[in-house]
Design a protein around this ligand. Structure first.
Ligand SMILES: Cc1cc2nc3c(=O)[nH]c(=O)nc-3n(C[C@H](O)[C@H](O)[C@H](O)COP(=O)(O)OP(=O)(O)OC[C@H]3O[C@@H](n4cnc5c(N)ncnc54)[C@H](O)[C@@H]3O)c2cc1C
Length: 364
């Protein structure tokens, strides 16, 4: 290769921005371009707040990036020609790269359940959250999924709109992956906020009337929100890059694609090996460190060095339970829950600081 090394970062979420920010200080000799279909950077971890009608901060991506000497292209990526090292964009000229960082994040996942795509709302993207706030009728809302997103959304809506009737449906206790003490706190706060919980419910169909449970029961709903997990774009798969069954890119311990050495991945759209033989979670808590790490790995190789392997562990997981309560679950090194939890206003304050810190860490 001759001339400036061309680094293209796909996606300006937590992972893509963390990578771009790192490149801006360690690879000034490279030409760095960030591509995103959206003009603004919205803190995705606050989308349940947006869905409940709160104003959340947003930043102009071009302004942020150009100030750091990074080019920004606002366009949706439609194809990736990984052999020709070229990114095809909708409505903008194709981009060629020497190194690609794939950080396209995730989106709503209907999980193959009939009716979800047609009849359920989501909070996975800013557009989903706005649609939920503007169109959903909270007089009788069903939130499906007892994971972090379902819990945070149910609490936020119930607190913001005390007249709403929110039913949280889950096939196990909400927050079941956490300690008993944490689960008990989640249940206590949700019930205090007026959220009705059913933790024995497997939804097999969503319709305009409501949700159908395994066993046949129909529960009527004026708005159903599907929060059981996120899915990823099929772009990497369509490009012939090695992916897992769900479409996330398979990476080696330096986050390099196992099939295409010029391509790296970070954040929700990558499979990253974590502690205790588990994969890292789809989380902002993963996206930021993997984004930063991937930039270091790329720069190390540009300088002819071997990158060190990614070393990472989670220390805690935080949930907001409305604006006045929260939960911090401390974790063991193998990512299993420990006995220590923080609750109440202290936890709400702690979580807010973490969210603000994450926003600062991503903004170049
Ligand atoms: C309501 C909610 C609450 C959450 N709370 C927490 C929390 O408390 N803690 C936590 O750790 N995690 C939380 N998460 C998860 C966290 O937001 C994600 O794991 C994180 O945003 C992943 O970062 P990312 O950079 O990989 O992807 P994203 O943040 O999704 O960014 C991907 C970017 O790629 C762009 N993009 C996608 N496709 C294309 C395309 N084809 N062309 C161009 N651009 C494209 C998108 O516009 C986006 O800007 C929450 C998520 C939600 C929805």
């Amino acid at each position: 290769m001759t001339g400036q090394h061309r680094i293209v970062v796909l996606g300006a979420g937590y992972a893509g921005l963390a990578a771009a920010r790192r490149f801006a200080s360690t690879a000034q000799d490279a030409r760095i371009t960030v591509v995103d279909g959206r003009a603004g950077y919205v803190e995705r971890v606050r989308l349940h707040q947006q869905a409940a009608g709160q104003r959340i901060p947003a930043w102009d991506l071009r302004e942020l990036l150009v100030a750091k000497g990074i080019q920004f292209v606002q366009a949706w990526v439609t194809e990736l020609d990984a052999d020709a090292r070229r990114v095809i964009l909708d409505g903008a000229p194709a981009l060629e790269y020497d190194t690609l960082v794939y950080a396209l994040g995730s989106k709503a996942d209907p999980a193959g359940v009939p009716g979800v795509a047609e009849h359920a709302f989501s909070v996975a993207t800013p557009e989903d959250a706005i649609q939920l706030f503007e169109q959903a009728e909270t007089a009788r809302m069903i939130v499906v999924g007892g994971g972090a997103t379902g819990i945070e959304l149910a609490a936020e809506v119930a607190e913001s709109e005390p007249d709403s009737r929110v039913l949280l449906l889950s096939s196990e206790e909400p927050g079941a992956w956490m300690s008993q003490r944490a689960q008990a706190h989640v249940r206590r706060v949700l019930e205090r906020l007026g959220v009705e919980i059913r933790s024995d419910a497997t939804v097999i169909e969503v319709s305009a009337e409501g949700v159908r449970l395994a066993g046949g029961e129909l529960i009527e709903s004026m708005a159903t929100v599907w929060t059981t997990g996120f899915g990823v774009s099929d772009l990497a798969r369509r490009s012939g890059i090695a992916v897992a069954a769900d479409g996330r890119m398979l990476t080696d311990p330096t986050l390099r694609s196992v099939s295409h050495p010029d391509v790296y991945a970070a954040g929700d759209s990558a499979v990253v090996a974590g502690p205790g033989d588990r994969e890292l979670r789809m989380a902002c808590a993963t996206a930021l460190p993997t984004g930063k790490y991937v930039a270091d790995a790329v720069v190390a190789r540009m300088r002819g060095r071997d990158p060190r392997k990614l070393r990472f562990r989670y220390v805690f997981q935080c949930l907001s339970l409305g604006r006045r309560d929260g939960l911090i679950q401390f974790l063991h090194a193998d990512d299993t829950p420990g006995r220590t939890v923080l609750t109440g206003r202290t936890a709400a304050w702690f979580k807010e600081q973490i969210v603000r810190g994450a926003g600062r860490a991503a903004r170049p």
